[in-house]
Ligand binder design. Structure first.
Ligand code: 13P
Ligand code: ZN
Length: 275
């Protein structure tokens, strides 16, 4: 069943598990993830990068996600990931998103609060809750790492914007890590205690399992996986024989590969068996 971002995250925070948020790109990634969630009785978030809405792809993908989420017997949210501004947010809402992320994390604190607060008000008009980001989670290809999220700033950010979930910079990055990251678990715990809302861990692909578990223990209730969704799908695509021509048959194995990947992460996050 399709539910909102806040509704799906609050039980996770209470129950000390995290909801996996998988970036999806096509029918096959949606199918593999849906089958994994259904089989393991886990809540799940399908999320779509802002770029797909900016490049006219979100309109094709959204109906597929919406129908899948509605049909599932487990709770599922449809989320805009790293919303770049009002235009992307409006497009995602128009296409049925039940959660919105606005990423103004490259702006100075005041600007981030102003932009995020504005989007929270806008989405509030249609009853959709918002994830914000404070401290910038960059890319594994960046020259240097951004500073970690400050506890006092996080408290102010959450109070003044009204976000329902907070993405924090505690040492992760987007993409394939060159060497394993070292997460700031104590800082996450302090932020969590100060803000009282679920924290979000971006850059989940490649984070060692013990650090993911520790982050959940410290207040993370949503973990994002993008790169490894792509890799599980693509690795399989390149293995399927060129003799298979019919695309639906060609895609059978990649769907199963995405499903196996999603099942592994659902179990890691302790999200299985919660519904
Ligand atoms: P990865 O691509 O590193 O898994 O990060 C995903 C993410 O944070 C999506 O917002
Ligand atoms: Zn991210």
């Amino acid at each position: 069943m399709l539910i909102g971002l806040k509704e799906i995250l609050e039980p996770a925070k209470e129950g000390k598990y995290a909801v996996p948020a998988f970036n999806v790109y096509n029918m096959e990634t949606v199918m593999g993830i849906a089958q994994a969630a259904e089989e393991l009785r886990a809540p799940v978030i399908f999320q779509v990068y802002s770029r797909l809405f900016e490049q006219g792809k979100g309109e094709y993908l959204s109906p597929l996600i919406l129908e899948t989420a509605k049909k599932l017997s487990v709770p599922a949210a449809f989320h805009l990931d790293h919303g770049s501004g009002e235009a992307a947010v409006l497009r995602a809402l128009r296409n049925g998103a039940s959660g919105i992320m606005i990423d103004a994390s490259l702006k100075p604190l005041e600007g981030n609060i102003a932009e995020t607060g504005r989007i929270v008000s806008l989405c509030g008009e249609v009853g959709v809750d918002v994830e914000g980001e404070l401290g910038h989670v960059g890319s594994t290809g960046d020259e240097s790492q951004s500073p970690f999220t400050e506890v006092a700033e996080a408290k102010r950010f959450v109070e003044e914007t009204g976000v329902c979930a907070l993405a924090v910079m505690i040492g992760t990055a987007h993409g394939k890590y060159k060497k394993a990251p070292k997460l700031q678990i104590e800082r996450a715990r302090e932020i969590s205690q100060a803000v009282g809302i679920p924290l979000v861990l971006h850059g989940g692909s490649g984070v060692p399992d013990d650090q993911v578990r520790a982050a959940i223990g410290a207040g993370v209730a949503k973990v994002n996986f993008g790169t490894d969704v792509c890799c599980s799908f693509l690795d399989s695509v390149f293995e399927v024989s060129r003799q298979v021509i019919a695309l639906d048959l060609f895609m059978n194995e990649p769907i199963q590969a995405v499903k196996r990947f999603a099942m592994e992460k659902i179990r890691l996050l302790g999200a299985d068996g919660h519904v």
